[in-house]
Structures are given as structure tokens and as C-alpha cells.
Design a protein around this ligand. Structure first.
Ligand SMILES: Nc1ncnc2c1ncn2[C@@H]1O[C@H](COP(=O)(O)OP(=O)(O)OP(=O)(O)O)[C@@H](O)[C@H]1O
Length: 547
């Protein structure tokens, strides 16, 4: 065979090979596609099976209503309302593209009879049908929505109204009577307005009665809570910032402890607490709602979404200071103390001023820091870490710029993943974040990373631990003399602080608490119930402008 012929034959062989390969590839692709289709069909069958199972939830009522302008076949079961459009036969046989719909009763918080009324008419009027008020989810936000079922028959409408009402009141976690505390001084003094505008109408609609106290001073909510008849209420609501929330949470747990006559051991709060955010940061509200939004918060309350949440007790020299969710010692305590001295400034400016000033005078504290690592068993159940026998404390002595203890993730719009992303609401432990001595620029880098999603702990001077207890014993007031006197020099009206016996500023849930001695913090698993849901991240509104 001549060479060109050989080459041709080789070429032919090659092209045959590639054709074969292509064919193989094609058939493999076809096979894969067929398998995928079969899988999809199987999944669809499974889904349909599940749907059928759910729909086998037997029909309680069935009737015809108009939704919009079209008639629908409406089915009510114990858990859902389903509507299917009734398509009239047309001479042309044209299909109408109307969609069926479904509404889960767990999302419905009110049902009303609709009537036609003239302007100013308060009662009576011909029946139009029933209206259902429900919540719709938009990301982390819950929004109010209504569904109108029209049928002019009074008897038909009444039967549906009664049955729906009965099904809705069957849910035991939904409150009927609430004790409400409103702090009129919170943040921009908008708490009363927020409650009246966004919350009260939803409570009224859901037939939730309320007993309102507008607080007159710090400690007012605590004194009311100590005295009031708790068994009358199904829950407590706090409208305010983190300081107000901390006071009401503390009051609920303290009251449970007093009622149970248990001076040593904290007792789980009897009533759940709903938080309507009206502060500037609203860390606790963000941690259980994912947003700072009064409507979302109110809808979680009326729908009875309950969450068990861990709390800490803070004590010094054997005396209880308070119950709370988070505490900051060092930088966090100092900047709050500085901000409190400038109460006359608007809150955002005050905070910025305090952060910048405290950064400018950054000083470490010489501390003895001890902690009790959390055991796995603490996190799984409602178990008191104190009851676990031998306690093996780890103790370090050193210079710290900041020490934080947080039993909840502390989400906020400035730190969407939370100040303590490694802890959760009810894992029976707290996050200990200890920031050792470093340069100002490195410390600022660490702080800035809270705004982004991660990396705030990947510095050699930051250590984190999962703990069930922490003890902090400040050993001296390093650098305070110079710092405080500079501060005082600015405000000539306030007396110079006497350093002897001076207390250390702590930021406990956004409130300034001054403690002179060692502080013991213990985590108490699921000590309180809050209205809300488990969220992994808060809605962010951009970074904090001060750093
Ligand atoms: N009528 C009142 N006047 C002054 N203080 C009050 C009053 N009612 C309650 N307080 C106290 O005000 C403190 C701060 O409340 P809160 O956290 O709601 O507001 P805030 O400090 O302005 O908010 P934020 O901390 O989010 O900026 C709480 O300790 C609370 O007990």
C-alpha cells in the first residue's frame, strides 16, 4: 500500500474511532438524561405522595367562595385552606389559566366576618364573606396579608367563621392576654408611637388583650413584675431597647426564683417574653427575629412562635448582680461608660464619640481570667453546669483589651453574623472572646471584621472558648488614672473619680454596671422563653460608621 493510502486508511480509522467515541458519548449522555428524567419522575411521584398524605388531613368544610372576581371551590382541613378555581365550560373549550392556592392555618392570626357598611356605620350591614389575616414571609421579615373569601350567604359565612375561629384558638402557644411594658425614653423616644402604630392594631386584630405599663423610671418594670399577678397573663412584651429588654428578662427570672423560693439556683421564667425593638441596636430582638422590625416581632408574638433561650447570671462576692445575655469588660465597658457621660448627645453620635475616644486611649486591663469549658452534655439538655460534679477551671493571667461573654449570638445590623457567631440561642453554653494586648491598629482591624462575615477571631491576640462559666478578676487599674483624669478635665462640672476602691465599668446587655470586684458569670441553659425563631444571620444595613 502506498504511503498516502496508508495515511488515508489511518485517517479513516481515526475518524471511525472519533465517530465511535462521539456515539458512545452521545449514548452516555442520553442514558444520563434518561436516568435524570426517571429520577425526577420518581421525586415528583414522591412529592405527590407527600402532598397526598398532607391533603389526606380530612376536609372539615367545603364551599364556594369568590376570590377576586372568580368563583373557587374552597376546602378547609385542620391545617390548611385550599382554593381551586371553578372553570366554567366555554363553547370554544378554551382553557382558563387560573391558579389554585393554599394557606396554612399556622400562618393565620385572625379571621373576621366582612360586611358592607356605610361610612360611619359601626355595626350591622349585609354579610360579604370572611377575611383571613395571615403573615407572609419576605426574607427574615414577616408581613401582614389578608385573604378575602366572598359569599353573600350569612349562614354559610357564619359556619365558616365559627369553624375557622375554633381551629385558630386551638393553638395553645398563642397568647390571649399580655402584660406590656413600654419605655417611652428608649432611643429616639418613639416606643409609644411604634407600639400604637405597628403593634396594637395587630394585637387587636388577633383578639389579644393587653395590660400596658409605660415605664416612668429605671427599675419601674422590675418593681411591677415583682408585684403583679403573673398567672393572669400568657406572656410579657417589652417595647424598648436592649436595656429595657435586659430589665424585663432579669425581672422574669428573678420573679420565678422568688416564687419558687430558690435563693441559690436560678429558676426558668414562667412566661414567654416578646420584644418589640425600639432601641438603637436591639441585639436581642435581632438575634430572635433576624431584623429590627416591630411588625415581624408582633407577628411572632400573635402566632405564638416560641424559642428557649440561654441566659447568664452575673454575680460578685456571692451576690447576684443581674441576669442577662451578654457582657463586655474592658473596651466595651469603657466605651459605654464614656457614652453615658455624654447622655445629652444624640445616641448614634454619642456611641461614635465614645468608641473613637476609647480607641484613642486604648488601655489593657491586667486580669485573672478563669473559665469552665462547656461540656457537650450542657449543650444538649436543660442541665445546670453546677450540677455536674468536679469543675475543672482553666486560669490565665494577662493583659486584655477586651473580654466578652455572650450566651446568644448577638446579631445586629452592624454585625449580621453576630458578635458571637459560634454560639447559638439554646446550646447551653456561652462564647468567651478574650482579646489580648496588641497595637491599636491591629485591634481596630479585629473590630472592623465584625462588619464583614468572618475573620474577626483569626488574630494571634484573640482567643475564643465555649464555656459554661467565667470568672474575671481585674488586678489593677492600669492606665486608668491618666485616662480618667483626661476625661474629667473635659467636663469641669463632674468631680474627679477617686481611684481608691473605684469600680470597673461593665457593659451588660448595653447597660452600664460598675463592679469593683471579681465577677462570676454562669450560663443557665434555656432559662427564658422568647417569642421569635432561630435565625442564622441578621439583615444588614451597612457597616458602623465609627470605625
Ligand atoms: N421613663 C423612663 N425614664 C428613664 N429611663 C427609663 C424609663 N423607663 C425605663 N428606663 C430605663 O432606661 C434604660 C435604657 O432603656 P433602653 O435600652 O430601652 O433605651 P436606650 O438605652 O435609649 O436604647 P439603646 O440601648 O438601644 O440605645 C433601661 O435601663 C430602662 O430601665
Amino acid at each position: 500500500m502506498s504511503q498516502p493510502e496508508e495515511e488515508f486508511e489511518e485517517e479513516q480509522k481515526d475518524s471511525l474511532k472519533t465517530k465511535k467515541k462521539k456515539k458512545e458519548k452521545r449514548s452516555a449522555r442520553k442514558k444520563k438524561k434518561k436516568e435524570e428524567e426517571e429520577k425526577r419522575e420518581e421525586e415528583q411521584v414522591e412529592e405527590e405522595g407527600e402532598e397526598e398524605e398532607e391533603h389526606s388531613d380530612c376536609v372539615v368544610l367545603r364551599g364556594i367562595f369568590k376570590l377576586g372576581k372568580k368563583s373557587h371551590d374552597v376546602l378547609l382541613t385542620q391545617t390548611r385552606l385550599t382554593w381551586i378555581p371553578i372553570i366554567p365550560e366555554t363553547p370554544t373549550g378554551e382553557a382558563c389559566a387560573l391558579q389554585p392556592g393554599v394557606l396554612l392555618l399556622r400562618d393565620v392570626f385572625a379571621v373576621k366576618v366582612k360586611r358592607r357598611r356605610a361610612v360611619g356605620q359601626e355595626s350591622g350591614g349585609p354579610v360579604l364573606g370572611v377575611a383571613l389575616f395571615c403573615c407572609r414571609r419576605r426574607g427574615k421579615r414577616l408581613e401582614e396579608e389578608s385573604l378575602h373569601l366572598h359569599n353573600a350567604s350569612a349562614e354559610h359565612t357564619q359556619t365558616w367563621y365559627n369553624t375557622l375561629k375554633e381551629l385558630l384558638t386551638g393553638s395553645s402557644s398563642r397568647p390571649k392576654y399580655l402584660k406590656v411594658f413600654i419605655n417611652p425614653r428608649s432611643h429616639k423616644k418613639e416606643a409609644v408611637h411604634i407600639y400604637r402604630e405597628h403593634v396594637a392594631p395587630l394585637f387587636r386584630m388577633a383578639d389579644v388583650r393587653t395590660d400596658i405599663t409605660v415605664t416612668e423610671r429605671k427599675g419601674h418594670a422590675l418593681s411591677v413584675m415583682k408585684e403583679c399577678k403573673l398567672d393572669e397573663y400568657d406572656g410579657v412584651v417589652c417595647v424598648g431597647g436592649d436595656g429595657s429588654v435586659a430589665e424585663v428578662c432579669h425581672a422574669l427570672v428573678l420573679r420565678a426564683q422568688l416564687d419558687a423560693n430558690s435563693p441559690e439556683k436560678p429558676v426558668k421564667a414562667v412566661l414567654p417574653l416578646g420584644i418589640i425593638p425600639a432601641g438603637s441596636t436591639d441585639v436581642v430582638s435581632c438575634s430572635v427575629h433576624g431584623v429590627r422590625d416591630p411588625v415581624t416581632a408582633a407577628l411572632h408574638i400573635v402566632l405564638g412562635h416560641l424559642l428557649q433561650v440561654d441566659m447568664c447570671s452575673f454575680s460578685s462576692l456571692g451576690q447576684l448582680v443581674c441576669f442577662g445575655f451578654s457582657a463586655m469588660f474592658g473596651f466595651g465597658g469603657r466605651s459605654l461608660a464614656r457614652a453615658e457621660k455624654k447622655r445629652w448627645m444624640p445616641s448614634a453620635r454619642r456611641r461614635e464619640y465614645a468608641v473613637v475616644k476609647t480607641l484613642a486611649r486604648l488601655r489593657p486591663d491586667d486580669c485573672l481570667l478563669s473559665f469552665l469549658p462547656a461540656k457537650q452534655s450542657n449543650r444538649d439538655q436543660d442541665q445546670d453546669p453546677e450540677s455536674e460534679g468536679e469543675e475543672t477551671w482553666t486560669t490565665n493571667q494577662g493583659l486584655y483589651l477586651s473580654i466578652s461573654i455572650m450566651s446568644i449570638p448577638c446579631l445586629s445590623q452592624h454585625a449580621p453574623q453576630g458578635l458571637a457567631p459560634n454560639t447559638s440561642l439554646a446550646n447551653g453554653s456561652a462564647a468567651l472572646i478574650a482579646v489580648g494586648n496588641t497595637s491599636r491598629s491591629e485591634f481596630i482591624k479585629h473590630l472592623k471584621r465584625y462588619n464583614s462575615s468572618s475573620g474577626q477571631f483569626s488574630f494571634s491576640f484573640v482567643e475564643t472558648h465555649t464555656v459554661s462559666a467565667v470568672r474575671i478578676c481585674p488586678r489593677s487599674l492600669i492606665g486608668c488614672s491618666e485616662e480618667e483624669s483626661e476625661e474629667e478635665a473635659e467636663s469641669k462640672t463632674t468631680p474627679i473619680i477617686q481611684l481608691e476602691g473605684a469600680a470597673f465599668p461593665w457593659n451588660i446587655d448595653g447597660e452600664l454596671v460598675e463592679i469593683a470586684n471579681e465577677v462570676l458569670i454562669r450560663v443557665h441553659p434555656q432559662l427564658i422563653t422568647l417569642y421569635g425563631e432561630e435565625v442564622d444571620e441578621a439583615e444588614s444595613t451597612g457597616s458602623c460608621s465609627c470605625i
